[in-house]
Structures are given as C-alpha cells and as structure tokens.
Design a protein around this ligand. Structure first.
Ligand code: CTP
Ligand code: CA
Length: 225
C-alpha cells in the first residue's frame, strides 16, 4: 500500500518542468516577453524533487532565480525552449509545461539597434512553435501536463487545449481572479482530463498546488487512478 501523503510518489521518475516567460528578440536592446514570474514552475520543480523525481527545469525570463538545488537550464526564445525540451523529452516520464511561451515573435531579429524613424512603426510577428502541441503529437508513454491561463470562458478554452495538444491533464486558471495568476504566491486552479473536471482547488499557495497536482499525476502514472 502506498502512503497517502504522496511523499515519494515520483521515485525514479524523470520530470521536465518549463517555467517563466520566453524572450523574443526585436534587436540587441529590445524584446517581447510577458508577465510570467516563473513561480508556479519553480514550485512544481521543487515539489517533484521532494517527491523523489529527477527534475530538469527549463526556464525563460523569471522574476527571481530558480530555486537552489534544482538542475536548471536558462533559455530565451520559444525556439530555444523547444530545443531544450526535445533534448530531454524521449527520456522523460512526466513533462509539465508551466511556461508562458510567446505565441508570436518578430519575423526578423535586427542585428543592430533599430533607429527611430517615422511617426508610426509596424513590427511584423510570426507564430512561434507550439511546444506542447508538438510534444502531444510525438508522445509515446510520457505523461503530459499543460497549463491554460485564461481571463474568460476558462473551462471551455482549457478543455479545448487539452484535446488539441493531447495532454493527459490541463491546469486551468482564471488569471483575473483575486489570489491567482501571474506573480501571485497563491493560485486557484481547476484540473481537467479528457473526461472533465478532476479537481477544483481552493485558493492555496503555489507550493501546495504543486504537491496536489503532482500527487494526481503520480497516481495516474502509477496506474492507481
Ligand atoms: N504553449 C507552448 N508553446 C506555445 C504556446 C503555448 O508550449 N507556443 C503551452 C503553454 O506552456 C501551456 C499551454 O501551451 O502549457 C497553453 O498555453 P496558452 O497560452 O494558455 O494557450 P495557447 O494555445 O497559446 O492559446 P491562447 O494563448 O490563444 O489562449
Ligand atoms: Ca498563448
């Protein structure tokens, strides 16, 4: 019988966590990024390691450095993050995509500083690679968890992403809710699988969200639920 506290539920598992926001370069002094703090991914990396996993954290721009004692790799763009994930993907058991990946990047990155010219300027953007969608397509026996940060129609959008990206679980959060989302130390999340709601968590610390989410994932990976 497994202990109920979930202490070592991920013993022997290889886990990839992505966190933070990607940086998409415009020129040597400017870039596009987003409000991700990296906190949720950091909490997941710590919790997975505490639960016995071997963790590799791949992070973009974050508010603070990654937690001490975690094997962490810093990347910039969505493309860089994709390449880093792919290097560990085949060998992994669980992948959690908590990163806020830019959806678009500048069509071209200027090699020198863009000079001010007319009264308006247009930046052409092109879509980035959807890392999670690519992983979903090439999944063998990895357990895949996506995130869905939404401001409206949270459940419908989250379920759509779960199916479209072939995730095993998706963690939805309404980033407009008090006590949730970017920069906050707490979060309010709903976990869905293809069958519907798995768990609606009340407001709690990101550390606690991480432990509960990983416990759900570990039980499923171990064929217990
Ligand atoms: N994601 C990704 N690569 C991208 C965009 C998103 O891997 N280029 C991942 C995120 O890490 C997250 C999930 O996909 O786990 C959902 O991200 P989200 O931004 O909520 O969804 P999108 O599919 O980008 O849709 P939209 O931004 O329009 O809501
Ligand atoms: Ca997006």
């Amino acid at each position: 019988e497994k202990e109920d506290d979930g202490a070592k539920l991920l013993e022997g598992k290889k886990v990839i966590v992505t966190s933070g926001g990607t940086i998409e370069r415009i020129d040597p002094v400017r870039y596009i990024t987003n409000d991700s703090s990296g906190k949720m991914g950091f909490a997941l990396a710590k919790a997975a390691q505490q639960m016995g996993a071997t963790v590799h954290l791949i992070h973009g721009h974050t508010d603070s450095p990654p937690p001490a004692g975690i094997d962490a790799e810093a990347v910039q763009s969505a493309e860089d993050m994709y390449e880093a994930v792919l290097r560990h993907w085949k060998d992994s058991d669980l992948v959690i995509k908590a990163a806020a990946v830019a959806d678009y990047r500048p069509a071209e990155t200027a090699s020198s500083k863009i000079k001010k010219k007319g009264d308006t300027m247009t930046l052409e953007l092109v879509k980035t690679v959807d890392i999670l969608e690519q992983l979903g397509k090439s999944k063998t026996n990895q357990f895949l968890i996506g995130f869905a940060a939404e401001t409206h129609e949270v459940e419908a959008f989250a379920k759509d992403k779960l199916v479209r990206k072939n995730c095993d679980l998706i963690v939805a959060n309404d980033v407009t809710a008090e006590g949730a989302g970017f920069r906050s130390d707490t979060n309010i999340v709903q976990v869905y699988d293809a069958g519907g709601i798995v768990e609606q968590m009340p407001v709690m610390s990101k550390d606690e969200v991480a432990r509960r989410l990983l416990t759900i994932a570990a039980r499923r990976m171990n064929g217990e639920a």
